[in-house]
Ligand binder design. Structure first.
Ligand code: IPM
Ligand code: MG
Length: 361
């Protein structure tokens, strides 16, 4: 029997609830597909600060490095909001990405037919939207040096540095081309090369790599224009590749266009490791109430099945189970609309598990 070791980092806020829900789904997948998953828990984020003083303790990092994949809930909350940037729960997330060298963050945003009305855009505009943002995750202004708040002529200045090396750009761009090749063969590269040198280099590398992918159609968009086109013509995008900060912003935008942040999964992958987490945050306002939408985390687990364990059939079946449950009208409060059946985290998870069993037959 195939065995996979999964590091489970529940984190803060709704993290524990949505991760527990997802582990139940994974147990069912294991049973249906004859594999074995072992789950080992580690601390990250605010809870790790409270227990150890460090948002990413060494043991957690070691656990992740010795596992086949990492499943993460969410980090952060008002309790830690007053800490300085370098001590906040988010720092745990930024460090784990860097330490595991997870340079490509894949954020699919597709419209779920039964949820098409929850998009703020007209149904005819969003219909058929199925895009994937490939966001570079270990470089850019997030990590560039120098950074800090300094004094200049008796006044404070804040400094961050947007920086990308040729190799950092090339590896994520290549990954995006490879993914586009397996999808609808269209890649949009997003930059700000009318203003920024770093974007000029980005664009050059994309053009160089294009030579290896003649079958993939390529478009370049400036980030401001891209932000606009995502709301004007979302269904025309296939794969979007961009740097860390632009990708952070555009992936939230893509998320809302397709209806709900509560539905968006992500995979962060490098050469050696991979981490799966929902795009939404820790939602402290609803934590502990049993009403959080577990679907983004469950779909992140589906990406894990596909990308880390090559269990493509199981991944597809899980997605179909989610779609089927939505079609039957079950909704957590964040995606609720009139005439549907409102359910909490547990019931939504039960329905997905039941449907998974039915579909597997
Ligand atoms: C995300 C989040 C993080 C980021 C924050 C929480 C550090 O917004 O994963 O998109 O900016 O990368
Ligand atoms: Mg973000």
């Amino acid at each position: 029997m195939k065995k996979f070791k999964i590091a489970v980092l529940k984190g803060d806020g709704i993290g524990p609830e949505i991760v527990d829900a997802t582990l139940r789904v994974l147990e069912k997948v294991a049973e249906l597909y004859g594999v074995e998953f072992s789950f080992q828990e580690g601390l990250i984020g605010g809870i790790a600060i409270d227990k150890t003083g460090d948002p990413l303790p060494d043991e957690t990092l070691e656990l992740c490095k010795s596992s086949d994949a990492v499943l993460l809930g969410a980090v952060g909350g008002p309790k830690w909001d007053d800490l300085p940037t370098h001590k906040r729960p988010e720092k745990g997330l930024l460090r784990i990405r860097k330490e595991l060298d997870l340079f490509a963050n894949l954020r699919p945003a597709k419209v779920w037919e039964p949820l098409i009305d929850s998009s703020p855009l007209k149904p005819e505009v969003v219909k058929g939207t199925d895009m994937l943002v490939v966001r570079e995750l270990t470089g850019d202004v997030y990590y560039g040096e120098p950074r800090g708040i300094f004094e200049e002529n008796g006044k404070r200045v804040g400094v961050n540095t947007m920086k990308y090396s040729e190799d950092e750009i090339r590896r994520v761009v290549r990954k995006a081309f490879e993914i586009a090749r397996k999808r609808r063969k269209k890649l949009t590269s997003v930059d700000k090369s009318n203003v920024l040198e770093v974007s000029g280099l980005w664009k050059e590398i994309v053009e160089e790599e294009k030579k290896n992918f003649p079958d993939v159609e390529l478009e370049h968009l400036y980030v401001d224009n891209c932000a606009m086109q995502i709301v004007r013509r979302p269904s025309t995008f296939d794969v979007i590749v961009t740097g860390n900060i632009f990708g952070d912003i555009l992936s939230d935008e893509a998320g809302v266009v397709v209806g709900s942040l509560g539905m968006l999964p992500s995979a962060s992958v490098g050469e050696k490791y991979a981490l799966y987490e929902p795009v939404h945050g820790s939602a402290p306002d609803i934590a502990g109430k049993g009403i959080a939408n577990p679907i983004a985390t469950i779909l992140s687990a589906s990406m894990m099945l596909k990308y880390s364990f090559s269990m493509d059939d199981a991944a597809d079946l899980l997605e179909r189970a989610v779609e089927e449950v939505l079609r039957k009208g079950y909704r957590t409060p964040d995606i609720y609309s009139e005439g549907c059946k409102k359910v909490g985290t547990k019931e939504m998870t039960d329905k997905i598990i039941e449907t998974l069993e039915e579909l597997k037959g």
